[in-house]
Design a protein around this ligand. Structure first.
Ligand code: FES
Length: 148
C-alpha cells in the first residue's frame, strides 16, 4: 500500500526536531484526524532556507510527508519554497494512497504557515503567499482535496 520512499521517510525521517530562534514557525492541524505538524525554518538574509526541521504528531504518512517536504525546501529561496505544493510532496514519495493525500496537505500548509510567520516577523510581504489556515480540514481550494 505504501511506496518504498514513504516507508523509508517514515522509518528514517529526515530533519526531525526543532530550531531554536527559528526565522519562522508554522503549525497546522487537521481537526478531522487530529494530526498536527509544525515546521521550523532558518532563513538567511538572502531569503534562502538554510535549515528546516519538523515535528509531527500524526500518522505515518504525515511523518513521511513532513520529512520529504523538509528536503524539498532546504536550500531553496522563499519564493521557490512557496511553490512546493502537496502534489510535489506526493510525487517525491512516489505516490500516496488516496485516503492519505490529505496528510501531504499538512506539509504544504505547515511550510506556508512558517513562511507567513517569517514574513510577519520581518515585516515583509511574500508575493503569492496567502494567509495559511491553521486547520486544513476547511481547505477547499486544492486539486487533490476531494478525498473527504
Ligand atoms: Fe491525518 Fe495523516 S491521517 S495527517
Amino acid at each position: 500500500m505504501y511506496t518504498k520512499k514513504v516507508m523509508d521517510h517514515f522509518s528514517n525521517p529526515r530533519n526531525m526536531g526543532e530550531i531554536e530562534n527559528a526565522s519562522g514557525i508554522g503549525t497546522v492541524g487537521n481537526a478531522k484526524c487530529g494530526d498536527i505538524m509544525r515546521m521550523y525554518l532558518d532563513i538567511d538574509e538572502n531569503d534562502v532556507i538554510q535549515d528546516v526541521k519538523f515535528k509531527t504528531f500524526g500518522c505515518g504518512a504525515a511523518v513521511a510527508t513532513s520529512s520529504v517536504a523538509t528536503e524539498l525546501v532546504k536550500g531553496k529561496t522563499v519564493q521557490e519554497a512557496i511553490k512546493v505544493t502537496n502534489k510535489a510532496v506526493v510525487e517525491a514519495l512516489d505516490g500516496l494512497p488516496p485516503v492519505k493525500v490529505h496528510c501531504s496537505l499538512l506539509a504544504e500548509e505547515a511550510i506556508h504557515a512558517a513562511l507567513w510567520d517569517y514574513a510577519e516577523k520581518k515585516g515583509i510581504k511574500i508575493e503569492g503567499l496567502k494567509k495559511p489556515k491553521s486547520d486544513i480540514h476547511d481547505h477547499h481550494d486544492h486539486e487533490v482535496e476531494e478525498i473527504y
